[in-house]
Design a protein. Structure first.
Length: 490
């Protein structure tokens, strides 16, 4: 364990994220009041704020006498307390230098621990800075590597062009959450519930969902709907008639005149049938996802995907034969027991399929995932993600005619890297860019979904739906009231 003791609760989240980035396998505890911890402490970090300055120290508990510590590092530096952003960046820079020297490692993204580095690059370009100026700032302020800065700016410039197609001020996008899955993956912490348990209540869930859609139809009748994304969970766990019911409700409730993209995740190959794809096609779904995660069967069995490599291939060819011309496939780097050779095999298999876009995820294990909650059961699993993995994916995507078009990061990512979406020309996922850059209002319906209202000045307000399916159905009136409070004057 690593402990971080602050004398006041300033920038605690940012400090935790940065320390965790250097030491992903360690528990990190940040607190303001001294407290006993139940596991051995490897490192102690102290951050003491005083007027106009900060004292930073690093200590290691003495190996022989537990009551003593060995001080490894200490410095005092001046800060400008009137500029919180500058103060936070400077503090993170000093912590970074301290931990980099102690561990002998650097981080590809430097001190950038937020999820949206491209948003930073895009903002600077929108402010009139040229790419060289923006790159210099990201290098100086955050210490990001030249490779990651180039990637951020390349994607930011593509996003600028894509966003010009949207009505950002008087438009909106819609997310529909279907929180059911065939099974729960080892690494998953999303709002998902086993269909086997909830199958008899899916129609009741759709009853509640339709009430939210009706509210959206009324509240946003004067707005232009630009994109719809049906995610989860796994939307194709719904039976064909239930999919038809949901899509018919959307068509009858909303104005599609300004709709640029209509996406439905068909992510789990074991949930895909011809009948379900027929329904999606009949309702004009323009983009689907069929997600292998890996093309190594042993890994699929280990992580609980419960589908076969053969099913992935068959589902993809079935969708192609039925006329789907925009198919995304998700991959995960850093899956348990996977080697670089395994990753290259997966990429070679995808080249045979030639999807229209590929999203390359770096494994991020959240606290709610089984892999984290019961980590003693999985202590022997090896999870490795390197720049070589990501370079292999980038090269394979380029060979398939794809370029990177969106990027985001998560806490606890394998290798402290990123997730990147690659797409062929004209196949970029509009909703994916919107959810990352937060430049358009998104109405989110369904259990565990989060709506975002984006104001003209860039200010963002959110409201959440409860995650539990039973609670969502019972409290649907409350969920709609939350949306009324957020959107009543929009």
């Amino acid at each position: 364990m690593i402990t971080v003791q602050l004398n006041k609760d300033d920038f605690a989240y940012d400090i935790h994220s940065l320390v965790k980035a250097f030491c992903p396998s360690e528990n990190v505890s940040v607190f303001t009041d001294p407290k006993a911890v139940s596991e051995p402490v490897q490192l102690e970090i102290y951050v003491d704020y005083a007027p106009g300055q900060v004292r930073l120290a690093l200590a290691e508990p003495h190996k022989q006498e537990e009551a003593q510590t060995e001080k490894l590092y200490e410095e005092v530096f001046e800060v400008n307390e009137s500029d919180r952003k500058e103060m936070k960046n400077l503090l993170k820079q000093h912590i970074y230098q301290m931990l980099s020297a102690h561990t002998g490692t650097t981080l590809p993204w430097g001190t950038l621990t937020g999820v949206r580095p491209v948003k930073l690059a895009l903002t600077m370009l929108e402010q009139g800075k040229d790419p060289q100026e923006a790159a210099g700032y990201m290098k100086h302020a955050y210490g990001a590597s030249s490779e990651k800065i180039r990637l951020s700016l390349e994607i930011a410039q593509r996003e600028r062009e894509l966003l010009k197609r949207l009505d950002l001020e008087t438009g909106y996008s819609l997310y529909i959450g279907i929180p059911f899955c065939p099974s729960t993956c080892l690494y998953c912490s999303f709002t998902s519930f086993p269909l086997s348990v909830w199958e008899s209540r899916v129609d009741t869930y759709l009853d509640a969902l339709e009430r939210e859609i009706a509210f959206t139809s009324e509240a946003f009748a004067h707005k232009h709907l630009n994109s719809i994304y049906i995610g989860g969970g796994t939307p194709t766990t719904l039976a064909p008639r239930q999919l038809d019911r949901l899509l018919t409700c959307l068509e009858q409730s909303l104005d599609f005149a300004h709709l640029l993209e209509f996406t439905a995740e068909a992510g789990r190959p074991d949930s895909i049938t011809k009948e379900k794809l027929d329904v999606l096609r009949a309702h004009g779904i323009s983009r689907i996802s069929i997600n292998p995660q890996t093309m190594k069967q042993e890994t699929l069995d280990l992580i609980g995907r419960r589908h076969t490599v053969t099913q992935t291939v068959e589902s993809f060819y079935l969708a192609r034969s039925m006329g789907f011309t925009n198919i995304n496939m998700d991959l995960i780097m850093g899956l348990p027991q996977e080697t670089l050779t395994d990753v290259r095999h997966t990429l070679d298999e995808l080249k045979k399929l030639m999807p229209d876009s590929i999203t390359v995820h770096s494994l991020a294990v959240k606290r709610a995932a089984r892999l984290q909650m019961f980590k003693e059961d999985y202590a022997g699993l090896k999870m490795v993600n390197t720049q070589q993995h990501l370079d292999a994916a980038a090269q394979a995507c380029a060979q398939m005619g794809m370029v990177p078009y969106y990027l985001y990061r998560q806490k606890n990512m394998a290798g402290n890297f990123e997730n990147v979406g690659y797409a062929k020309v004209g196949k970029a996922g509009i909703y994916n860019v919107l959810i990352m850059e937060e430049v358009q209002t998104i109405v989110a319906c369904g259990a565990g979904s989060i709506s975002k209202r984006v104001y003209p000045d860039g200010h963002i307000e959110r409201c959440e739906n409860v995650k539990d399916v039973s609670q969502y159905m019972e409290r649907i009136g409350e969920m709609i009231e939350r949306k009324k409070h957020l959107f009543c004057d929009c």
